[in-house]
Design a protein around this ligand. Structure first.
Ligand code: AMP
Length: 313
């Protein structure tokens, strides 16, 4: 099954305690598409400016990503400037320039109006809604992401989108901000009462947790000695997660659990370099090997129902 994604395509300037990178290719749709492209066909809807580099477009196309819905407009591509302190789990936004996104109106081509899988990546919730409004049939899965900028800037539009998506994928800080609840379990229950049937909470180096009415599943993050740049890890996680679900077209709880691991695998690669440097150069062998590493990391034998030893003195 194929995936349609609408989201930002950006040039990011990012600094971490040790290094910095200027104007690397970024944006929620970019990281998502690249990660998902290893598993399933992806079409991207978004806008870039006149300054969008030819080699970046070519790189996306070389990954088999359908860029027919990526339009070029007069003006500059979206810019995001962010900084990480010693806590690499939290990005501090220094500057957001919407540029060509400021008056972008997504228009789905006739053949894109019945996607099987739809991902509304982090973008203005009004644009996410505009995409939903153009659907001719409801996809098998609609997932959405957002961030502080929109939670604080457009809460009403965002609430409407959250009421329509089946799956919400946000990070822990955003979940707190959205629900004003510090306890993750209570916050999850609140979100699951507002429309979504599944909530995936991304927790940076602490992994990710998936909540549904009947199940909770937690995956760790891959233990890496060096994290170069966490930008895009959440979108990459979502791309691996949804790419795997679309490829298998199986939304059972057991398969969703596997998809959580695949999301973690892809995110672990992404943080190893600035921008999509590592993500764009992956091999299926490297992905498969890390999936196996995750199996070892999370494997717990089948003794969960056996009594534990009791102290005998
Ligand atoms: P993540 O680290 O997965 O949360 O996503 C980081 C990406 O989100 C960066 O590549 C940014 O270009 C993009 N981004 C940052 N702010 C916004 C925003 N307000 N709207 C859409 N995308 C954004």
């Amino acid at each position: 099954m194929s995936i349609l994604v609408v989201g930002s395509i950006a040039y990011d300037s990012v600094s971490t305690p040790n290094r910095m990178a200027q104007e690397s290719l970024g944006g929620s749709a970019t990281f998502f598409s690249l990660a998902a492209s290893y598993f399933a066909p992806v079409s991207v809807v978004g806008v870039v400016g006149e300054d969008f580099r030819k080699e970046d477009l070519r790189m996306l196309q070389e990954h088999g990503i359908d860029t027919g819905g990526l339009i070029r407009r007069p003006g500059r591509t979206f810019r995001w400037v962010g900084e990480y302190g010693h806590d690499m789990n939290e990005a501090h936004t220094l500057d957001t320039q919407l540029n060509v996104f400021a008056d972008f109106q997504p228009k789905l081509a006739a053949e894109a109006r019945q996607p099987a899988y739809l991902f509304l990546a982090n973008i203005d919730p009004d644009l996410q809604q505009a995409v939903i409004g153009q659907l001719q049939s409801w996809p098998r899965m609609v997932a959405g992401d957002t961030m502080n900028f929109w939670i604080q800037g457009k809460p009403d539009a965002l609430a409407k989108v959250i009421g329509e998506v089946g799956t919400l994928m946000i990070n822990e800080g955003e979940l707190r901000l959205l629900t004003r609840e510090t306890n993750m379990v209570k916050a999850a229950r609140l979100v699951l009462s507002q429309g979504p049937t599944m909530l995936v909470v991304k927790r940076g180096e602490y992994g990710a947790v998936c909540f549904t009415q009947d199940d909770v599943f937690a995956t760790p993050a891959y233990p890496l000695e060096t994290v170069v740049d966490p930008t895009g890890a959440g979108d990459t996680f979502a791309g691996g997660f949804m790419g795997y679900l679309a490829a298998t077209n199986d939304l059972s709880i057991g398969n969703v659990r596997r998809a959580m691991i695949v999301g973690s695998v892809m995110a672990s690669f992404n943080v190893e370099d600035f921008g999509p440097g590592r993500l764009q150069a992956l091999t299926t062998t490297a992905i498969q090997d890390r999936y196996r590493d995750f199996w070892r990391l999370t494997y717990f034998d089948g003794t969960g129902d056996r009594p534990l030893p009791r102290r005998k003195d």
